[in-house]
Design a protein around this ligand. Structure first.
Ligand code: FES
Length: 196
């Protein structure tokens, strides 16, 4: 099935909606105190080495979206309840809104932007499966669903639709596309793809 450009946008994590407002600005502090609340951080994001100085309170989600200009990872609840912000950290699924960036020294982070192999615009098999199964409507939480699905497949939790549903239960879809999402994960697992 040919991919609709809008569908490709959604599975590739291109912005398809607004964001929830971030935390309120911190009150002004002196230079000394400011120094104490920032930290230097070196990690790899989508195979690219990154070195940044960030406020110690910065979440991985805000680091990605606000500092590294990677808006594919979406901010939904910003409280660990929806899974929209799911990324892979050292190969494991993580809610980036609950992960402090400064704790990720030397970590390897993969976001929706880095999931596909960099050749000829080819999609990751699970991205393609989401298109094949029409597994989204608005697409806002699709990047988190796909990253979680990749983790679910890698962990081997794909023996049945029930098992997939259980291990994907932290990722909400307000459009109600759950049956199609399960089918997309099943399709990818059946082809033996472990993802990146
Ligand atoms: Fe992180 Fe909802 S935005 S779980």
């Amino acid at each position: 099935m040919d991919a609709d450009p809008a569908q490709v946008q959604a599975v590739a994590g291109v912005a398809v909606g607004g964001t929830v407002a971030g935390l309120a600005a911190a009150p002004a502090v002196g230079a000394e105190a400011e120094e104490e609340i920032t930290g230097n951080l070196s990690l790899r994001v989508n195979s690219t080495p990154v070195s940044v100085t960030v406020d110690n309170r910065t979440s991985l989600l805000d680091l990605l979206r606000e500092h590294l200009e990677l808006p594919g990872t979406k901010k939904g609840c910003d409280a660990g309840a929806c899974g929209a912000c799911t990324v892979l950290v050292d190969g494991r699924r993580a809610n980036s809104c609950l992960t402090l960036a400064v704790r990720l020294q030397d970590a390897d982070v993969v976001t929706i932007e880095g999931l596909a192999p960099e050749q000829d615009g080819e999609l990751h098999p699970l991205q393609q499966a989401f298109i094949d199964q029409d597994a989204f409507q608005c697409g806002y939480r699709t990047p988190g669903q796909i990253m979680s699905g990749v983790g679910c497949i890698r962990e081997g939790h794909t023996e049945s639709p029930e098992e997939i549903r259980e291990w994907m239960s932290g990722n909400l879809c307000r459009c109600g596309c759950y049956p199609k999402i399960v089918k997309a994960v099943e399709q990818t697992a059946a082809h033996g793809s472990k993802g990146r």
